[in-house]
Write a protein that binds this ligand. Structure first.
Ligand code: ATP
Ligand code: MN
Length: 466
């Protein structure tokens, strides 16, 4: 193997010139044998298209090499670029020498050239990244992540790392994974026959985090603008195409900011990420448009070029009640909107993303700021065509007395949240933020139907393979 890293195939396909000597490395996608020469399609994950390699029969050990370069084999090719005579590519590589690193037995290698169902590909999670669709997904996923960091870093937001293990159970009760080092065969018990978590690793019951928001609020009170971008966990037993047990969340939090500023940030953010991906992953996006969902490019353009519609929950309820459409869940004020309502608003009424605000206090979390009328809170959800809720956020309750009252009303103990309440005791300010499910964003961007196919190693009920 050469000590210099070989050129990436994307660079060769985009910038390579005839007569240039190059070394490439990758995995064989297909091989076609002809009289006197063979073709091999090579992919290294850098680009949707393969590099076509022409192998003349005068290559040393031609017969031996050709036998070895089956689909899935790993090779290094040294050769010269030539203008391609065939259609479909500008340039191809004429091999001078080929090193086969690892063969792939055509009898057993599962990824032979044919269409495989996504479900089958999930069962070979260790190999599926070598397919066109999954590799395009993971490139787009990477571009989304890069865009997110770039967006926030350009605006001076500090990336903070929220803890993965937490002892707060105030959010998402019932969906928490417990973290313990107790011996499950010999659980210590309290006098009243419960598990004695005071003997556990942390001296109390601990969980995997469901959100980094509370910690983001702590950091926003020191740095003004911060964001988290990390894994979160929910023991959702729902087998849906939009829920994972382990997913990544992006949670910006801004001090000295109200709901208006929060909506502006959410809208700028989505526009920025879509534009970045269109600019950086053109070939992948065209692939999704052609093979997965004929609307992805129009949807992206729609997000980038249109102002999002903004209206209150109350206004949305009025629109839904007037709709000449029967919903599975009947609409009345106070209803927690379901996906069917959200999609109707985004897809049929406004035909673009919609930001709904000021939801009923009963259906939203305790930390959302109570509005003047005390019936609604300063919440906002961004609803997207084809997806429904993609972002959920709010202005936070910064008034100590109101926050304490809300915590008690929800049956929680303010003492458990003493440190969170301290933020309101010492230097409190109006502040706001939102949470975006990263995989939902990637799904939205690519048109992929199942969330399990936009994360490399999906975790869901009865599955933690690979
Ligand atoms: P849903 O109603 O879809 O279950 P939620 O109301 O539970 O969502 P939030 O608690 O507001 O969601 O979480 C913030 C964001 O995280 C959501 O807007 C969504 O994009 C994403 N999200 C929530 N649960 C999951 C999950 N299980 N898998 C992947 N993404 C999720
Ligand atoms: Mn949920």
């Amino acid at each position: 193997m050469t000590s210099d890293r070989a050129k990436r195939i994307i660079d060769i396909l985009q910038q390579g010139q005839p007569d240039e000597q190059v070394t490439v490395q990758g995995w064989v996608r297909t091989k076609r044998e002809s009289k006197g020469f063979s073709f091999m399609e090579l992919n290294d994950g850098s680009f949707m298209a393969n590099l076509q390699v022409v192998i003349n029969a005068d290559l040393p050990d031609y017969e031996v090499v050709i036998k070895k370069i089956n689909t899935g084999a790993s090779v290094e090719v040294v050769g010269t670029l030539v203008t391609s005579q065939g259609k479909g590519q500008r340039i191809e590589l004429r091999a001078a020498s080929i090193t086969v690193f690892g063969e792939a037995d055509p009898e057993t290698y599962p990824l032979q050239k044919k269409r495989h169902s996504f479900e089958f590909l999930r069962s070979i999670g260790h190999l599926r990244a070598r397919t066109n669709t999954l590799s395009a997904v993971f490139r787009v996923r990477n571009a989304c992540a890069a865009a997110i960091h770039q967006f926030f870093q350009e605006r001076g937001f500090l990336w903070i790392h929220a803890p993965i293990i937490t002892a707060n159970d105030c959010e998402g009760a019932g969906e928490l994974f417990t973290v313990t080092s107790l011996d499950l065969q010999k659980l210590p018990q309290t006098a009243d026959q419960k598990v004695d978590f005071t003997q556990d690793f942390f001296g109390k019951k601990a969980y995997l985090t469901v959100s980094g928001q509370l910690q983001a609020e702590v950091m926003a009170m020191a740095f003004r603008d911060v964001y988290t971008f990390g894994p979160t966990f929910r023991a959702e037993n729902s087998n849906t195409s939009r829920h994972l047990a382990e997913f990544w969340m992006v949670e910006p939090e801004m001090a000295f900011c109200n709901l208006q500023g929060n909506m502006d940030l959410a809208e700028d953010f989505l526009k920025y990420v879509f534009k970045y991906v269109l600019d950086h992953c053109q070939a992948d996006m065209e692939f999704f448009q052609e093979r997965i969902d004929k609307t992805v490019l129009a949807t992206a353009e729609n997000i980038i070029n249109n102002q999002f519609e903004r209206l209150t929950y109350t206004e949305a309820i009025a629109i839904l009640q007037k709709a000449d459409k029967t919903f599975e869940f009947p609409v009345n004020w106070g209803l927690d909107l379901q996906s069917e309502h959200e999609r109707y608003l985004a897809e049929e009424v406004f035909k673009k993303p919609v930001i709904l605000t000021n939801y009923p206090v009963e259906i939203k979390a305790f930390y959302m700021r109570l509005d003047e009328d005390e019936k609604t809170v300063a919440a906002m959800d961004v609803l997207a065509p084809n997806i429904g809720e993609i972002i959920g956020g709010s202005q936070r309750e910064e008034r100590l007395d109101v926050l304490e009252r809300r915590i008690i009303q929800q049956g929680m103990d303010p003492a458990d949240l003493w440190w969170y309440l301290d933020l309101r005791r010492y230097g409190t300010v109006p502040h706001a933020g939102f949470g975006l499910g990263f995989e939902r964003l990637v799904q939205f961007m690519t048109g992929m139907g199942n969330i399990r196919d936009v994360i490399p190693f999906p975790r869901f009920p009865e599955n933690a393979d690979f």
